[in-house]
Design a protein around this ligand. Structure first.
Ligand code: TEU
Ligand code: CA
Length: 560
């Protein structure tokens, strides 16, 4: 590291591997077909055995589940289906006993329409809670077009008969947007967050936090944002003012981590969120990778040409470089909004599933940034690829299907695209064993179990030294034993290679070279120096002979 470069401050959350659990699909303890907190408690030893540092749970608060908990009706209570506050306290204590931190999901761009605040707000125009939400009165004419992600007509304004006005909902009509302009609402949010921090949780992932500041009084969408409403939503005029206040009032008072779900963040604006000197949030995650290969993002249609590997590499590189001296990045290849990583970025055919899942795991755990690893990926779980719309449970898929159908669009094309990217692909129940329903539940699972569970399950992989699961454990250990993989600088090589991702991680006196073959063909890397004599440290094949076998990943120590 040269002297004029500011050295990066060490923090526990920068060194962390975060394991994300979708509670609905992890383990059902009482046979109702829905995963729950007691199910997670049962599996704490499993989680500990992985070697992860932090667990992030998708929303567990009271909710009518229009969007699986992303519609909260009480921020201080546990969702009935997930258990009780006593279960939660036991879960938190169990994690802490094992040295694992717990991060929850804060959904405060919107609430449920069944939240007390909204039930009050829609009673009359002068209700004290009216200004907790965004309204447009009927006498002012039609509100300017705003796109909704989950609405059957794509319309973010819903008319309310009682008060003769429209309310804003960027997600479903059961997810009205909260009004952050109102200082009382902001205070409510801070009190909720304090409540959970005082209970001892270790941080929050903040759902679509980039959308909280709206462009009141709702102008027509400016020309430059036509077709790019996500960007518009993410650039509200008071966004940073709110985040700084949030930090001042609450976040700065605790040793916790914060990560923005950051749709609309770009390499140009992300430091405005995570530059530590600005005192806003610790990290943010972007959508550039997941957006690859789409023909139409809003309608979730994929391009027949697939995704471009050179772009994939360029995106990781440019997002890494932004944080060379300030801020800190996040690294992920899947979560509850995306398909299974091996189906999307690897190859889930019987021949290459395991090897490519291991390659992707090597990739994630050798990158610079906090690692977000999605549950089930450690088994190499795959997309379920439903043929029938009736099998889907996700409101996004169901309502887009209705929307495309009412427009007379191509439903076959839509269904084909969903086999690759629908969110339910990543939400099928965790495959614990080869017993009925993969050992997830003794009842009927809320979403079908992937029929490949007799081959792909944790129990079988526990017994196999070379399983994807055991590879993940070893890879985590390797990262922890080699600090250069955490704080070391990254340099990228051979950007033109259509097959290989090649980079080094280096710090005082040490350099590791990582070579990853993303194809099912033999490949070579052109890194511009001789690495044939380098020491082989780690990888998903027994050895390395200079040529990369299909989906081979290698980590080499190089001496210059
Ligand atoms: O996601 C916000 C978001 O940007 C998604 O709608 C995204 O565009 C889509 O999932 C891509 O397929 C967050 C949550 O992660 C998601 O699960 C919620 O449904 C959504 O917010 C509403 O709370
Ligand atoms: Ca249950």
């Amino acid at each position: 590291m040269n002297n004029n470069q500011k050295s990066i401050e060490r923090k526990w959350w920068k060194e962390a591997v975060v394991y994300q659990i979708y509670p609905r699909s992890f383990k059902d303890s009482n046979g109702d077909g829905i995963g729950d907190l007691r199910g997670i408690i049962e599996k704490l030893d499993y989680i500990e055995s992985l070697g992860v540092d932090v667990v992030w749970l998708n929303p567990i608060f009271s909710s009518p589940n229009d969007d699986n908990g992303y519609d909260v009706s009480d921020y201080r209570a546990i969702m009935d289906e997930f258990g009780t506050m006593a279960d939660f306290d036991e879960l938190l204590a169990g994690m802490h006993q094992r040295g694992i931190k717990l991060v929850l999901d804060l959904v405060v761009n919107h609430s449920s329409d069944e939240h007390f605040w909204f039930r009050e707000a829609k009673k009359s125009r002068d209700n004290p809670y009216r200004d907790y939400y965004h309204w447009w009165n009927e006498e002012d004419g039609k509100p300017p077009k705003r796109w909704s992600f989950f609405d059957v007509n794509g319309d973010a304004w819903k008319f309310d008969e009682t008060t003769k006005s429209y309310y804003l909902h960027i997600f479903s009509e059961k997810q009205p947007d909260l009004n952050w302009e109102n200082p009382k609402l902001r205070q409510e949010v801070y009190d909720i967050v304090k409540f959970w921090f005082d209970k001892g949780i270790d941080g929050f992932r903040m759902d679509v936090i980039t959308f909280i500041s709206k462009d009141l009084p709702f102008r027509e969408l400016p020309e430059k944002y036509q077709g790019n409403f996500v960007q518009y939503y993410a650039e509200g005029p008071h966004l940073h003012e709110y985040l700084q206040e949030f930090n001042r009032e609450v976040l700065s008072k605790y040793d916790i981590m914060t990560v923005a779900e950051g749709p609309g963040t770009t390499t140009e604006n992300v430091l405005d969120f995570v530059d530590e000197d600005r005192r806003e949030l610790n990290m943010s995650y972007h959508f550039d990778i997941s957006n690859l290969g789409h023909k139409d993002l809003a309608k979730k249609l994929m391009s027949p040409d697939g995704w471009n590997f050179l772009e994939f590499k360029e995106i990781f590189k440019k997002w890494d470089e932004v944080f060379a001296e300030k801020g800190w990045g996040t690294v992920y290849l899947g979560n509850h909004d995306f398909p299974r990583m091996v189906s999307r970025w690897g190859n889930d055919s019987p021949e290459f599933r395991e090897i490519s899942a291991k390659m992707l795991t090597t990739f994630l755990l050798t990158m610079r940034g906090t690692i977000y690893y999605y549950f089930g990926d450690e088994l190499g779980m795959t997309n379920i690829r439903f043929d029938n719309i009736a099998d889907y449970r996700d409101i996004m898929t169901i309502n887009l299907h209705k929307l495309i159908s009412s427009e007379g669009g191509d439903l076959d094309e839509f269904m084909e695209s969903q086999k690759l990217i629908a969110r339910d692909n990543g939400r099928t129940p965790f495959q614990w064993s080869d017993s009925e329903n993969a050992g997830f539940t003794s009842g009927t699972p809320w979403l079908k179990v992937n029929p490949n569970y007799p081959e792909i399950n944790a129990e079988a992989q526990e017994k196999d030294e070379n399983s994807v699961l055991n590879y993940f454990r070893k890879m985590i250990r390797f990262r922890k034993e080699n600090e250069v993989l955490i704080y070391g600088k990254t340099e990228y090589f051979d950007p033109e290679s259509e097959s290989v991702f090649a980079y080094t991680r280096g710090s005082e006196g040490r350099k590791l070279l990582i070579l990853l073959n993303f194809t099912d063909q033999i490949a070579t890397a052109n890194v511009g120096f001789d690495y044939q004599s380098a020491k082989y440290l780690f990888g998903n094949y027994e050895s390395f002979d200079g040529n990369l076998k299909p989906f081979q990943s290698v980590i080499l120590e190089i001496y210059e």
